[in-house]
Design a protein around this ligand. Sequence first.
Ligand SMILES: Cc1ncc(COP(=O)(O)O)c(C=O)c1O
Length: 405
Amino acid sequence: MNPLLQRLQPYPFERLRALFAGVQPSSDFSPISLGIGEPKHATPEFIQTTLTSNLEGLAGYPATAGEPKLRQACAGWVQQRYGITLDPATQILPVNGTREALFALAQTVVDAGAHRDSGGPVIVCPNPFYQIYEGAAYLSGSTPYFVNSDPARNFAPDWSQVPDDVWARTQLVYVCSPGNPTGAVMPMDEWERLFALSDRHGFVIASDECYSEIYFRDEAPLGGLQAAVRLGRTDFRRLVLLTSLSKRSNVPGLRSGFVAGDAAILKQFLLYRTYHGSAMALPVQHASAAAWADEQHVIDNRELYRRKFAQVTPLLAEVMDVALPDAGFYLWAQVPPNVFGGSDTEFARALYAQYNVTVLPGSYLAREAHGLNPGAGRVRMALVAGVEECLEAAHRIRAFIHSQS
Ligand SMILES: Cc1ncc(COP(=O)(O)O)c(C=O)c1O
């Protein structure tokens, strides 16, 4: 067996199951889960019908590079969203969701034999983070280096925490903007700092932007390619964007996204993917092209989240430290210090037991680094269900906190 598999950590939901083992939730309340970050709004009808009216595509093997029509649709979206013109043939690659692509990218760009004398290659990722980054690092033969998010700076990762000798071994940096779980969007000055570090140390930046279309203020989140162009980096050297239809179009089951940016990286990524066998089924390509080409359903979807967050956030902000995020569909709330001493796990377990509401302990989404676990004392609440259910959950959480303080 591949010994690197031993390094994979249990997924946060496995740890949650273990935390709740033996707990009998109160039968006075119906179950409400704010635990899993899976979109629950309805899938638009036109995406479903485009999928089912293209089933003849199942008769052939799809090309790993995807159909020109899909790449064109992806490029069209980048154009209208960011005002950037990409070459669909060389700067866009469809993927089966960003999860597999985030993982596979590390297998493509990392030279596992590098820096043998100084500890091997490093992949830098934010902390808290989407767990795939860590698994991708281990299985590529790298060591993850966690950069803690700083609550005092809107949860921005503090890149200055990374010592020069670690940067020297770094081959890939995962950026998650808008962030899961923090909802923070990386501002221009952070991009500038990271590009300068990439120029100095030669690492690739993978910008995971799969929450970019769910935002709460007038201006849409700044994207990595957009930041690059504004800084004159029009060749997107050592930069790729990863984006997805899952949250934008409420199709997590379609498994569809794309990677865009540096043509030299995408060429090697396509080579890797050909062997990995990760081509997108043709009916899915058709449905995806239709989804990328339509913006109205995205506007409508965003409006649903906006109304929901506008109602739920103030209710919770009266009892805990939580604010409207820049983007995404999570609230990243601090457990009040006078409730279970601020423990995120105790809070989650007792809330489940007494009110049948599931939230995810923040410490499960982060690792101990630089003397602390930056997720400890926080909980992630995914506001993915309907507004009534989310409001009911908020009222229960309020009652729970009042009963404890
Ligand atoms: C930060 C982040 N990146 C990537 C993904 C993967 O999304 P998908 O594979 O559906 O595109 C998720 C899913 O929850 C996520 O939270």
